[in-house]
Write a protein that binds this ligand. Structure first.
Ligand code: FEO
Length: 576
C-alpha cells in the first residue's frame, strides 16, 4: 500500500540544490528538484535564473511516477521519493522524454522498483534501453492510448514528437485536469513558487525558453496544440520551472502565436511516412534530424491517416518532399501518394527511402514519376534490406542534411554576397590553422576540414572547435564523444584538404583512398598529418549558426618535429 503524504515545503538543502514536494491535485504530487544556481543548461543556452526538474506521482488504485530528475539530485530526489512512496509497489514509470535532465535517475528507480512497467513512446523505450543497459518491462503507447490507474485516474497519452526530442509524449489525467508536458511550455526558472502566479516575473524566461527549444520545431508545437485542444486542461505540469495554472490560456496562446509566425517564414520539407510500418518511424526521424540541422522546418505526416486536403495543402507549401515507401497493401497511403504526385511541381526537391516492412511500395517507379514532373532529387533512394543499423541511420541523417543544404543554398550565397564590407574584411584577417577532425561513434565514422580551432584551456588541456550547425559530423560530437584533431602540414595539405572538401553522398566512406590508422580512442588518424590529438568532448555551446565544441585533449603526437602547421588566410569573415 502506498502512503501518499501531501506536503508543501522545501527540504534538505544541499548547497543550492533543494527539493520541494507539493500536492497539485487529487492524489497527485509534484516533486520538484530546485537547481538554484545552474548557469548553463546542457548544450542549449545560458541561464539567468537557475532551473527546476519536475517529477510527478499519481495514485489511483495503481500508481504512476511521471519522469524522474537530473543525476545531480540523486540523493535528494531518491530520499524525497522514498519518503513519499514505497517504490516496491510502484506500478508504472511514465517517460515523457528521455533527455537525462528528466530520465537521469531512471536506472536508480528501476533498481528500487524492478517490478515497474516503463511507459513511453516506442522511440523513448528504445533510447532508454540504450541508456540503462538492463532489462525492464515496458509498455509502448501511441497518441490516444489510455492507461487506467483506477479511482478515476484514467491517463491519456498525447504524441508530441520533437518537443523537444522525437520521443516526447504528454500525459493527461481527466480526473485532475492536469496535462503533464515535460519540456513543452516550460521555462528555466527556479523559485519557491510552484505555480505561475506572477506572469510578469517569468514571461521573459518563458519566451527565451520557447525561442531556444521550441521555435525550431514550431510545426510540431502547432500539431501538439491541436492535439491537446480537445482536452479540458486546468494545469499544465511542465518538466521545468513553475507549473502553469493562473494564466493558462495566455501561455498556450503565446506558443500558438509564436509558432504560427515562425512557420510562415520557414522553408519547409513535408516528410511522409507510415508510423507503424517497417522501420519508417525510425528512418523518418533520422532524416528529419538532418533536415532541421539546416534550419529548415519539417512536417511529418503519417500516410496511413492523412486527409487528402491536408496533403495537398502541405505539398503546395513545401519546398521539399521526402517519402518513406508505405506498404503496397495500404490503400490510404496509395491515395495519399496520388495526391502528392498531383500537387508536386518542378521547383521542389525530392528524396525517397524504403522502410523495410517486407512489402514496400517499389521505390524506382515512384522515383521515375517525380523525375518526369521535373523535381530535383536531393539524395539517391535509400534502400533498406535489413533492420536499420547505426550506419543506415547516419545515411538518413546525411540525406536529410543534403536536402536541407540544397533548399538553403540561395540563402547561403546571399549571406556571402551581402556582407562583404569593411567589417567583414577586417574579420577576415583573423587567421587560423588547417585541421581535419575525424570522429567515430560505434560503426559510424566521419570527418571534416576545420579551421576555426584554438587551444582553450591549459589545465586540463583543452581545445575549442567551431562546427557549423549544418555539418553532419555534428551528431558525432556530443558531450562524451571522442574525435581526433589532425593537424595539416604547411607543405603537405593540398590533397587532404581537397579530398575532405569534396561533396560526399550520404553514407559515403570519407576515408576511401586515404591512409589512416586507428587512435586509441578508435577514431582515424591521418597518416599524412603533421600531428594529431585525441580529444573528448566535454562541453558544447550554441553560437548562432555554429556549435563551439570544447574538448579535453587526452593524448597526441607530432610526426615531424620541425614541420609547420598549414595556415588558412582569408579575405573576408563572412565565409570560410
Ligand atoms: Fe528538459 Fe529536453 O530536456
Amino acid at each position: 500500500m502506498v502512503v501518499l503524504t501531501a506536503r508543501s515545503e522545501n527540504t534538505k538543502p544541499q548547497g543550492r540544490l533543494t527539493m520541494q514536494t507539493v500536492e497539485i491535485g487529487s492524489e497527485t504530487l509534484c516533486i520538484r528538484s530546485l537547481d538554484w544556481d545552474r548557469d548553463r543548461f546542457d548544450i542549449e543556452f545560458g541561464l539567468q535564473n537557475g532551473t527546476t526538474y519536475n517529477s510527478f506521482f499519481v495514485q489511483g488504485d495503481k500508481t504512476a511516477l511521471i519522469d524522474t530528475s537530473h543525476r545531480k539530485f540523486q540523493e535528494l530526489y531518491l530520499d524525497a521519493l522514498t519518503g513519499l512512496i514505497d517504490l516496491s509497489t510502484l506500478d508504472y514509470l511514465i517517460i515523457s522524454h528521455t533527455e537525462p535532465d528528466h530520465s537521469g535517475l531512471v536506472k536508480e528507480v528501476l533498481q528500487l522498483a524492478p517490478q515497474v512497467t516503463v511507459v513511453g513512446a516506442k522511440v523513448a523505450i528504445q533510447f532508454l534501453q540504450n541508456m540503462v543497459h538492463q532489462p525492464f518491462q515496458s509498455l509502448i503507447v501511441k497518441n490516444g492510448d489510455r492507461l487506467n490507474l483506477g479511482n478515476g485516474h484514467e491517463l491519456e497519452f498525447v504524441s508530441a514528437p520533437n518537443l523537444h526530442w522525437p520521443d516526447t509524449i504528454f500525459t493527461y489525467d481527466a480526473k485532475t485536469r492536469i496535462l503533464f508536458t515535460c519540456d513543452a511550455f516550460g521555462m528555466h526558472y527556479c523559485n519557491d513558487y510552484t505555480f505561475d502566479e506572477d506572469s510578469e516575473l517569468i514571461e521573459a524566461d518563458f519566451k527565451y525558453y520557447y525561442d531556444c527549444l521550441m521555435a525550431p520545431n514550431a510545426r510540431s508545437v502547432l500539431s501538439a496544440i491541436k492535439r491537446i485542444d480537445k482536452l479540458d486542461v486546468g494545469i499544465i505540469a511542465t518538466g521545468h520551472g513553475p507549473l502553469l495554472q493562473h494564466h493558462l490560456s495566455e501561455w498556450v496562446n503565446r506558443y500558438q502565436q509564436w509558432s504560427q509566425e515562425q512557420t510562415k517564414a520557414d522553408t519547409l520539407v513535408a516528410l511522409f511516412y507510415s508510423e507503424d510500418y517497417g522501420y519508417s518511424d525510425q528512418l523518418a526521424r533520422a532524416i528529419a534530424h538532418g533536415i532541421q540541422r539546416n534550419g529548415v522546418a519539417v512536417e511529418l505526416v503519417d500516410l496511413s491517416d492523412a486527409e487528402p486536403h491536408e496533403v495537398r495543402e502541405l505539398v503546395n507549401q513545401a519546398a521539399g518532399l521526402v517519402i518513406g515507401m508505405p506498404s503496397q497493401a495500404n490503400q490510404n497511403a496509395h491515395a495519399a501518394l496520388s495526391t502528392i504526385l498531383a500537387a508536386a511541381h518542378n521547383k521542389q526537391a525530392i528524396g525517397l527511402f524504403e522502410t523495410g516492412g517486407g512489402e514496400d511500395e517499389p521505390i524506382y517507379p515512384l522515383r521515375n514519376k517525380f523525375q518526369e514532373i521535373g523535381l530535383t532529387e536531393a539524395f539517391p533512394p535509400i534502400l533498406i534490406k535489413e533492420p536499420p543499423t547505426q550506419v543506415i541511420e547516419q545515411i538518413c541523417d546525411e540525406a536529410g542534411t543534403d536536402i536541407g543544404q540544397w533548399l538553403t543554398r540561395d540563402r547561403t550565397i546571399k549571406q556571402i554576397k551581402a556582407l562583404d564590407n569593411d567589417l567583414e574584411r577586417a574579420l577576415g584577417r583573423l587567421s587560423s590553422g588547417l585541421y581535419i577532425m575525424t570522429a567515430r561513434k560505434g560503426d559510424v565514422k566521419s570527418a571534416m576540414l576545420a579551421s576555426w580551432v584554438m587551444q582553450a584551456s591549459m589545465n586540463p588541456l583543452g581545445v575549442a572547435v567551431a562546427v557549423a550547425k549544418d555539418r553532419a559530423i555534428e551528431s558525432l560530437l556530443h558531450v562524451g564523444d571522442r574525435f581526433v584533431l589532425n593537424v595539416l602540414e604547411e607543405d603537405n595539405y593540398q590533397s587532404l584538404m581537397k579530398h575532405f572538401l569534396k561533396r560526399f553522398s550520404p553514407g559515403a566512406d570519407r576515408f576511401a583512398g586515404i591512409k589512416t590508422y586507428s587512435a586509441s580512442n578508435g577514431c582515424p588518424i591521418l597518416a599524412d598529418a603533421l600531428a594529431y590529438m585525441e580529444c573528448e568532448v566535454t562541453m558544447r555551446m550554441e553560437c548562432s549558426d555554429h556549435w563551439i565544441i570544447y574538448s579535453n585533449v587526452q593524448t597526441g603526437r607530432v610526426a615531424k618535429i620541425d614541420g609547420l602547421t598549414a595556415v588558412h588566410h582569408r579575405k573576408v569573415g563572412n565565409h570560410y
